[in-house]
Ligand binder design. Structure first.
Ligand code: NAP
Length: 262
C-alpha cells in the first residue's frame, strides 16, 4: 500500500532509540523527511546515519535537546520547514510510591507527558489545517487503559493528555481540514526503557533480571515483547493519507494483554 506521504515533513520527538526511532524509520521508508530529536548527541547522530542509509531520497535533520523544555521545542520546530506530521514522544516518568512524590515530581511528569505534547500540538495544528493535511500521533501508554500500580505519574499525566486530545481532535476546524490527532498506546515493547524498568523492579524485589524478563514475556498472549518496527509501521499508517476519517482514537498495541472485549 502506498501511504501517500512521500515528500512530507515529520517532527519525530525523542527518536534516537526505541519507539520514537521505530516511528522515524517507518516514516523515512515511506519517503518522509524527518527532524529527529533526543538529548544525547551520539545516539542521535548514529540513528540519523541509519535513517539516511534507509532512504537516500529523504532529508534527515537532527536536533539535540530536551523536548520537555521551551528551548528544546523551539529548536525542534525551527529545524522543520513545515510540520505535516508530528510524533509526540518523550521519556516516561519514573516508577515509585505516590507518598514520596512532591509537587515538583508531578510538574516534571506533566511537563514531559502532557504539557510538552500539548505545546507542540498548539504550535503546529492550525498551520496543518491551513494546508489541509496534518497528522499528530502521541505516543502514550497502555497504562491509559489499564494503569500500572507503580507508574502513577505516567498513569496520571498521560490520561490528562488523552482527555485533552479527545476534545481537541473533534474540533471541526481541525477534523474538517484533514488534521487528525490520535494516540498510540504501547504495551510492553523490547526497548531500553522496558529493560531498565524491569531491572529496577528486579532490584527492588530481589528477583533475577532474566527470570523476571522471561515471566513478563510469557505473560503476554503473544509470548513475546513488541518490536519497535511494528510500532513504527502502525505509526506510519496512522500518518498516511488513508486515515483522514480516524481522529481522537486510542490505538492499543500490546499483544492482546488488555483483557477487555472492547
Ligand atoms: P527508550 O528506548 O528509552 O527511548 C527513549 C528515547 O527518547 C531516546 O531516544 C531518548 O534519548 C529520548 N528522550 C528521552 N527523554 C527525552 C527528552 N526529555 N527530550 C528528548 N528526547 C528524549 O524508551 P521507549 O521504550 O522507546 O519509550 C518511549 C515512550 O513510550 C516513553 O514515554 C515510555 O514511557 C513509553 N512507553 C514505553 C513502553 C515500552 O514497553 N517500551 C510501554 C509503554 C509506554 P535521550 O535519552 O538521549 O534523550
Amino acid at each position: 500500500m502506498d501511504l501517500g506521504i512521500a515528500g512530507k515533513w515529520a517532527l519525530v520527538c525523542a527518536a534516537s532509540k526505541g519507539l520514537g526511532k521505530g516511528c522515524a524509520e517507518a516514516l523515512v521508508r515511506e519517503g518522509v523527511n524527518v527532524v529527529v530529536t533526543a538529548r544525547g548527541v551520539e545516539a542521535l547522530e548514529a540513528t540519523a546515519a541509519e535513517l539516511r542509509a534507509l532512504n537516500a531520497a529523504v532529508e534527515v535533520r537532527t536536533v539535540a535537546g530536551d523536548i520537555t523544555t521551551e528551548a528544546g521545542r523551539a529548536a525542534a520546530l525551527a529545524a522543520c520547514p513545515q510540520v505535516d506530521i508530528l510524533v509526540n514522544n518523550a521519556g516516561g516518568p519514573p516508577a515509585g510510591d505516590f507518598r514520596e512524590w512532591t509537587r515538583e515530581t508531578w510538574i516534571a511528569a506533566l511537563d514531559g507527558n502532557m504539557l510538552t505534547p500539548i505545546a507542540l500540538i498548539k504550535a503546529t495544528v492550525d498551520k496543518m489545517a491551513e494546508r489541509g493535511y496534518g497528522r499528530v500521533v502521541n505516543i502514550t501508554s497502555a497504562a491509559v487503559k489499564a494503569p500500572y500500580e507503580a507508574l502513577g505519574l505516567s498513569n496520571g499525566a498521560r490520561t490528562g493528555l488523552t482527555g485533552f486530545v479527545a476534545g481537541l481532535a473533534r474540533q471541526p476546524k481541525l477534523a474538517s481540514r484533514n488534521v487528525t490527532i490520535n494516540n498510540l498506546l504501547p504495551g510492553p515493547f523490547d526497548t531500553e526503557r522496558l529493560r531498565s524498568n524491569t531491572a529496577a523492579i528486579a532490584n527492588k524485589s530481589g528477583q533475577a533480571f532474566d527470570a523476571l524478563w522471561e515471566s513478563r514475556r510469557k505473560s503476554n498472549p503473544t509470548q513475546r515483547f513488541g518490536d519497535a518496527r511494528e510500532f513504527g509501521a502502525m505509526c506510519a499508517f496512522i500518518c498516511s493519507t488513508h486515515t483522514g476519517y480516524m481522529t481522537g482514537q486510542n490505538v492499543l498495541m500490546d499483544g492482546g494483554s488488555y483483557p477487555g472485549t472492547f
